[in-house]
Structures are given as structure tokens and as C-alpha cells.
Ligand binder design. Sequence first.
Ligand SMILES: *Cc1c(COP(=O)(O)O)cnc(C)c1O
Length: 427
Amino acid sequence: MELYNLKHPSQKVSFTEAVQLGLGKDRGLFFPTRIPVLDNIDELLALSFVERSKKVLGAWLASELGQAKVDELVEKAFNFDLPLVAVDEKRACLELFHGPTLAFKDFGARFMAQCVNAFAQDSRLTILTATSGDTGAAVADAFYGLDKVNVVVLYPKGKISLLQEKMFTTLGKNIHTVAVESDFDACQHLVKQAFEDADVRDGLHLNSANSINISRLLAQICYYFEAVAQSKQRHSSDPVIAVPSGNFGNLTAGLFAKAMGLPVKRFIAATNANDTVPRYLENGLWQPNPTQATMSNAMDVSEPSNWPRVEAICEKLGWPLTDLVGIRLNEAQTSAALKQMHDIGYISEPHAAIAAHALTMNLKDDEVGIFLGTAHPAKFKDVVDRELGLNLPLPPELKVVEQKAILSAELVPEFGSLKAHLFKLLG
Ligand SMILES: *Cc1c(COP(=O)(O)O)cnc(C)c1O
């Protein structure tokens, strides 16, 4: 697989290099030179999720890695269910939250972790990352126990919920966590300093595991095929798919799936009040506002990092950008959407509820829609309990971590302390 840097098209890399680099020169995103097209879609849709995913990812990666390696990566990464659950006659939720950290980020993080571990040479790598919550949990869990990679996660002490903290600080082994006595920005700044420090960068073989890594997006293509496969067992028409969007990685993967030949009628980009994209689709002006805090906080993004990839796909395929539907919901509408779903017997959470309601607003009479369930309702227990007057039980994954002890080190927000700590741990 060959990729090029969207900012500097002359920079070309292999998949292996793109996974290791994350970003290209000037922080440009890597984009595939060629998008493979699959012509036997009906046969593919008849396969199981894992068998089909081997073929979908093989179309991109087998020439570089060999099909046997692709099969192995897929088997290790995708080991949980993703049911398509009907919520009414026209709408169904693809529940992507049955992985180990109860969020769809498990798909991308687990596949990326397997790739990074497989591509690591003899020396051990260190993944250094800062988190304000969910990504840290998915990344830590995905890399847990892998033999060639150490993970160090920085997070702001006291600024995330205890349950969130326990999801990634109680693992041990190759997962090291650091509670920084400051805020998320300070954590990100420390990570940046570490990557700029040659001793740390080269001595510990630093690698980032951020969400723009191409391996994550490829993994996410697979669940769109599963969505359509399950939908076609119930409805003959091609589904409309609504994607709760923040950084737009999820939607990018959906567009790749469609570009590969997957029959999807259209996509809806559903956002909260951070609506840079819906406004852009309406008036053609890219005008990010300051980020607003909302109930659907994983989508509180006003400058979505994957947007250039969305545009690149549409341009390559000759799809007008206006084929994409942008829909935004404010907080009152999000709350109403959650309640409406509860009334028809489905407990959701704010992110998926936004996408579900976007379908209601946009579906025509003869159309069927799928919305992506990006997180387990219990991950947003505070909001869901408050809005619906419930006391949601914790699922087993969360109950188990609730009992465990936090293993984090605590540090002041100074690079010198972090550097000393890293060398003590890993040097
Ligand atoms: C990350 C996240 C999103 C947004 O996904 P993007 O790929 O960034 O658009 C939506 N919902 C939940 C629960 C998330 O964690």
C-alpha cells in the first residue's frame, strides 16, 4: 500500500511507515494513492465479520504484508460482537461498544496496536500519549501485554471521572500511567516536549498513537461492511448511515467503505453544537468557532483533524461534497432525542442519540437508516441517569475495574520530572 502526504504529495510512504510515523511532514495526513474496489460485494456480505474483514483489509494490505499477516492481525484485533439492533421500523443502531473499553475506539486502537507491535524491530517502542478520557482507555487496553511496546499515558489528575481513570490506570505490566498535577493541555505540552527531546525520543524509541493514524481508519472500514451485511438481511434498500462525528475519523472510514464498493445510500455527519462541518456543507465557509462543552463531549471538536481526508476522498471519486448531509443538534435537542429513544424502549447515550435523531430528521418514507452506537450508555452514566431519571447498572467490564487499585505515578507538570521518570521506568 502506498500513501502520500496530503500537504506534500511528493512524500510517499508504505503502510508500515505511515503507521510508525503517524503524521507526515508539516503534520500532513497520509492518504492512499489508490483505493481498492471490491467487485464481489454480495459474496463478501455473506461472510462472518472476521472472515470478511480479512478480505477487506487484505485488499489494502496483502501486497505489502502478505495475506497471512493480515489474517493474523484481524484475528487478534477483532474479537468482540457488533450487533445491529433495531430501535424502530426504520432505524437500527450498529452497537460498536462491546469491546474491552466499551467504545468504538476499541476497533481502531486494537488494530493499530497489533500493527505497531508487528512492525516494531528488535528494540522496544514506547507509545507516549496524553488523554482526557476515552482514548487513553482504548489505547492502554489495546497495547496491554504486547511484548514489544511500552505505553505511557499522561492524564490530568482529578480532572476525569474515577471510573474513567480506573479503566486505564489499573492494568499494570507494560502500561504505565502518570497523573499530572495540572490540566489536559499541560499533559499534551509535556508529550510534545518529549517528542522534541532527542534523548527521550531516540533513547526510548518514542511513537505516538494518535487518532489520525491510518491503521485506525482502515480497521474502522470493516464495521461499515458489517452494518450493511446485517441491514440487507432485513431490508432490500441500501441504508442511509448517520455518524456521530467529532474528529471525523469515523466518517472518513465510512466513505472509504463506500469508495470500495459498499452500497450505502448516503452519509449523514451528525454533530453537536460544535458544527463547523454542517455549516461548511451549507455555506462553503470553513469557520471554526471556539469549542463548546456539551453532553456529547467526545464530539466537542471544532477543527476536525480528519476533514482533509474527507475532502480528498470526495475529490478522488468525483462525489460532490454536498452529497454529505450535515446535521447539528443543540443540547435541548440531544436531551429530547435521548428521551424519545427511551420512550420506544432503547437506552442510548448522547453521541448515538444525536445520530439517531439526525436520521429521523432526514430519512424519506421509503428509506432505512443505521446510526452508529459509539459508546456504551454506562460510559456516560452521569448524563444518561440525569436525563432519563435512571440508575443504570454498571456492565461487568466497569464493575471489575471499579474494584481495582490505581497504579499511577504522580508528577508535577515539568518536563525534567517526566524525563527522569521515563528513564527510571524504561531506560
Ligand atoms: C471519538 C468519539 C466520537 C467521534 O468520532 P470521530 O471519529 O472523532 O468523529 C463519537 N462518539 C464517541 C463516544 C467517541 O468516543
